[in-house]
Write a protein that binds this ligand. Sequence first.
Ligand SMILES: C[S@@+](CC[C@H](N)C(=O)[O-])C[C@H]1O[C@@H](n2cnc3c(N)ncnc32)[C@H](O)[C@@H]1O
Length: 448
Amino acid sequence: MTFMQVIEYETTDEDRVDRLMDEWLRITEGKRTAHHAMMGKDREKPSHFMQIVEFPSYEEAMRNSDLPETRHIAEEMREACVGEPRFVNLDVTRDEVVDEDAMESLLGKVLTDLGAVTVAPMMVIGERLGLFTAMADGAPLTSADLATRTGTQERNVREWLALMAASGYITLDPDGRFRLSPEQVIVFTQQDSPYYAPSGFQLFSAAGSMETRDKLEQAFVKGGGVGWEEHHAELFPNVGRFFRTGYAAFLVDQWLPALDGVVDRLRTGGTAADVGCGLGYSTMMMAKAFPKSHFVGFDYHGPSIDEARRLAKADHLGKRVDFEVAGSADFGGGPYDLIAFFDCLHDMGDPVGALSHCRARLTDGGVVMLVEPNAADDLADNMNPLSRAFYGGSSLICVPASQAQPVGRAMGAQAGEARTREVAAEAGFAHFRRATETPFNIVYELRS
Ligand SMILES: C[S@@+](CC[C@H](N)C(=O)[O-])C[C@H]1O[C@@H](n2cnc3c(N)ncnc32)[C@H](O)[C@@H]1O
């Protein structure tokens, strides 16, 4: 522990004390153990001084005092002083130093995020008005070109382009025109790509809308969470859009084949439930891939089920798929060969109750598939940009949604494997396996 020695003294011969200090520094070069020494003069009483000397430890300070050179200078100091110097030995219990580099890096992060707050609504507007898609050919254009193409006001578009270019989301060419690079085309215009970003901005903007924020603030103080259905109406379609691209990329080709025997069962004609299906994109993808099977999507949120039914009808899925308003612990039908939960078990108030209910509704050899956000078990291992976004979504949506339901387990979107395994075990599942994963999700297989 760092140690400090404070020496308080009176002298009328400041120059002599100064010279003694110089001499001490010279003769103890390479021997002294003090690593920082300061001398101060009292503004109110010019004969009153203090020396503050810092050492790595008390022991080192004592070693320093025992040096013959220090003893000699201390003797001379006594002679130069009026009265006896006063020594105070301090174990340093707290040491606050502002690290300039750390400060700069922190302010850099803050500045980036401050910009991001302004980007979010502009991203939403840009997507809605087709500003990105109008640049999807990657050809350079001016703000006037983009305004003409999209039927918008040039001055507003010019500022929007400047913001997006400064964000690195649009490329500014040396001639002052703007274009999308091939990567920017994918991330900002290709709605079916798993890298498509604007839906995420729409989702988080809806989740953090002013009216929801006020409800969340109340929930922080009074408890009781904020129910899924209490969110801004734009949340629901954008959650569906946000997750849909990942499911399109992985669900049929990687996730289902990673579960033992499930694809064979669905190919020949099985029955599957999709619990907490939201707008039902995952249900419909499975229904399209396995036309001999029957799929039912359940969600307790009526408006989401209405929209799922509308989408299924528009997709001409006929009797292959049904959607029902039902909670995770009381949905009917079955027995099911597969019961799936896509990014929703952690949103439920009683995940154990939901999984127990599933156990009673599985066929012999039936499987529960849990698709959950990817996360490490230890908080310290989740200090990265992806987990940060998930913790953001989790504090805005998932934890309060779970708290608003009976039990209110509030697993959080970064529950990780160990906590998910615990929930499955409490529900009586003897078999729990991490079947596969992507950077965004972990897929678990549960069997009785
Ligand atoms: C993050 S969304 C995921 C929706 C959908 N699975 C997807 O991936 O797009 C969570 C969903 O869980 C549903 N949910 C939450 N608690 C539920 C419960 N107890 N019973 C049924 N559905 C529930 C919500 O209504 C919401 O649609």
